[in-house]
Design a protein around this ligand. Structure first.
Ligand code: FAD
Length: 349
């Protein structure tokens, strides 16, 4: 059978596109590497919370059920995404780890080990969680302490009594520092520049409002340079407010190099650490597109979400380069809707 659309990835981005594809009557099939639904959310740390309320964290068609907490936790998001798949009876096959996408006479052959699916079009929605990013640092290979990326961080008590460096000035860095500092003997927060904090009386909604303002400006051809920033600003969720009150949120600029037991700064300061937690972000998981020869510098040339050099391929949910706020639950809706409409028009040619 040749599907009209194969979606690679079964997280929030793919589910959002699937919601709009259902309305077109096109045949589609979702291949997801996870054994269960929820995308990257199922790998979040135990205390991970949304930085916006449930009502501002829904994907198309079905509002996220409210919880007693202002900011829903990881498990609530996972339950919502799993229930969403059931609610719309979305055809998800898992676990299937797609290894390659190649051209064939129908459009594309999507391969996973010795299995192949034929598709007229493909949506890549594989997210970034599988590509945690750690910067190259001189001497890091000699460091004998523990290293952990936020993608694999789970609980703070694993660092009880330790000297811990947390690297990265975004929401992950601030939230992990806030809880590890309650257990560690000492913490040091290292950020490339002074972190930007949202005012206490706003939450992640303002980030989405900013994203919408940037999106409108782009649509109207206005400069976004004068508009406030994107998603890097730290949302003052209660644990981060508490960490500030404890004096933990002071950060320093990065080290010059690592040593066997710590790091050295340009002024000669040396500090020893038992562990480093890298909250240094992610890169798009695009290895499966390598056979198409279109991945350059970790991205693919797109117009909106449509791959400009590969007719019939769309990329959804990877962040700003595939649509303003597209790596967020509520933000991916715009690009999911336009992607489904473009696919329908493409197949109708
Ligand atoms: P994922 O959720 O990563 O889903 C991609 C799916 O594709 C996964 O199931 C994966 O297994 C699968 N996959 C990958 N490669 C393959 C392959 N080759 N073959 C088959 N399947 C594959 N967003 C918000 O809206 N609000 C927040 O408060 C918020 N907080 C966040 C906090 C943290 C710490 C992080 C890291 C992100 C946060 N985000 C938040 C962003 C957003 O929730 C995630 O980026 C989200 O998981 C992106 O969804 P996705 O569907 O694009 O990717």
């Amino acid at each position: 059978m040749t599907h009209d659309v194969i979606l690679i990835g079964g997280g929030q981005a793919a589910l959002s596109v699937a919601y709009f594809l259902r309305r077109t009557g096109r045949t589609f099939h979702i291949l997801d590497a996870e054994p269960a639904g929820g995308g990257a959310w199922q790998h979040g740390w135990d205390s991970l919370r949304l930085f916006s309320p449930a009502a501002w964290s829904s994907i198309a068609g079905w509002p996220m059920p409210p919880t007693g907490d202002t900011y829903p936790g990881r498990d609530h998001v996972v339950d919502y995404l799993r229930a969403y798949e059931q609610r719309y009876a979305l055809p998800v096959e898992r676990p299937v780890q797609v290894s390659a996408v190649v051209h064939d006479d129908q459009g594309f052959a999507v391969q996973a080990g010795d299995r192949t699916w034929a598709a007229r079009t493909v949506v890549s929605a594989t997210g970034t969680w599988r590509k945690p990013f750690v910067p190259e640092v001189a001497g890091l290979a000699e460091f004998t302490g523990t290293q952990l990326h936020s993608a694999h961080y789970r609980r703070p008590d694993a660092f009880a009594g330790q000297r811990v460096m947390v690297v990265g000035g975004g929401n992950s860095g601030a939230q992990i520092l806030a809880e590890v500092s309650l257990w560690a003997a000492q913490t040091l927060w290292v950020t490339p520049q002074v972190p930007a904090f949202l005012p206490d009386d706003v939450d992640g909604r303002v980030l989405f409002e900013r994203a919408t303002a940037r999106w409108r400006a782009q649509q109207e051809g206005r400069s976004v340079d004068v508009l406030p920033g994107g998603f890097g600003d730290v949302v003052m969720v209660p644990p981060v407010v508490d960490a500030r009150a404890r004096g933990v949120l002071a950060s320093v600029r990065p080290y010059a190099h690592f040593t066997r037991d710590g790091a050295v700064w340009a002024d000669g300061t040396q500090r020893s650490f038992d562990a480093v937690i890298w909250c240094t972000g992610f890169r798009p998981a695009l290895d499966h597109l390598a056979p198409l020869g279109i991945v350059q510098g970790g991205q693919v040339a797109v117009d909106g979400t449509r791959a400009t050099g590969t007719p019939g391929l769309w990329l959804v949910g990877y962040g700003e380069w595939t649509g303003t706020a597209s790596a967020t639950l509520v933000g991916v809706m715009r690009s999911a809707r336009s992607t489904a409409a473009e696919i329908d028009a493409y197949l109708a040619r």
